[in-house]
Design a protein around this ligand. Sequence first.
Ligand SMILES: Nc1nc2c(ncn2[C@@H]2O[C@H](COP(=O)(O)OP(=O)(O)OP(=O)(O)O)[C@@H](O)[C@H]2O)c(=O)[nH]1
Ligand SMILES: [Zn+2]
Length: 312
Amino acid sequence: MSARPHSPIHVTSARGRVVASYGRHLLVETDDGRRVRCHPRGKRTDAVVGDMVDWLPSGDEGVITAIHPRRSLLRRQDELRTKTLAANMDQVLIMLAAEPVFSDEHLTRALIAARDADVAPLIVLNKRDVQPAFDDAWQRLEPYRAMGETVLPLCVGGALPDDGLDTLVSHLRGRATLIIGASGVGKSTLVNRLVPSAQAQTQAISRALGTGRHTTTHTTWYWLDEARSGAIVDSPGFHAFGLHHIEPRRLASLMPDIAALVGGCRFANCTHRQEPGCAVRAALAPQGPLSPRRWQLYQALYDELSRARAHG
Ligand SMILES: Nc1nc2c(ncn2[C@@H]2O[C@H](COP(=O)(O)OP(=O)(O)OP(=O)(O)O)[C@@H](O)[C@H]2O)c(=O)[nH]1
Ligand SMILES: [Zn+2]
């Protein structure tokens, strides 16, 4: 059937996945693997890496017309702003190392943010060859293992016969994983070993987004395999997770070691700070199983989130 003359051309939108973002520039990958530079329609810039979107061709580029409902959304919020990190992640890999010494406060914040977003956390401790710092760090992670978190040892850039990479890869297969970590933990070393073409891809993305050949400061989605089942998302820089989007009252439920105890408190609305008959306080070591440091982190975060509500 031929089109009527002068009938408007109906361009249907196509589906795609946001695989890189740099400010308002987004790179969208189509189902057949093509990559198209896209802009959000209007002033809204709310599509992020991992989002499934509808887009319409516009010249050589595309316009994003819709964002599909998200399975998950990882974000951090401090007193100044909310920053969305990635959408539709299954897992967040929190990368720590024997050195630099990790902050258990940052770790706790990342775990809370992951649980709040319904994204499974995976803790990785790198630089197993650096001793005795590695054993000290492994020991500091004991409360996290005890509460059921998975902690994997790794030696991604050192010279040990067992680098732990195979075990890590088995946790990444078939999932979309956001990797976060402080500077110097070995994040780039890991990304380059998992995705040998990462640097070449980054350069291609910089060219496509027009951000300059050496710009690597964009969030990037890398497929782990030809079949495009598993992926890692690398995001530049490290920022502590601001948790201001979380109600202080919800905090205990997002910290598994504390959540396991709250059923025993005398008052149903116990905040586990100074109420009598508090099962959380009663469980503090050495009498009980709860690490005093974890309770201290809980209290500090509770105060911070309460202040944020009061001033927000
Ligand atoms: N001993 C040892 N060194 C490692 C290991 N993994 C990485 N490194 C080294 O740690 C340093 C930091 O590694 P990077 O991969 O650059 O770390 P990064 O987390 O990407 O750091 P930024 O680039 O600052 O964000 C480098 O000198 C690596 O060679 C390891 O398993 N053992
Ligand atoms: Zn209590």
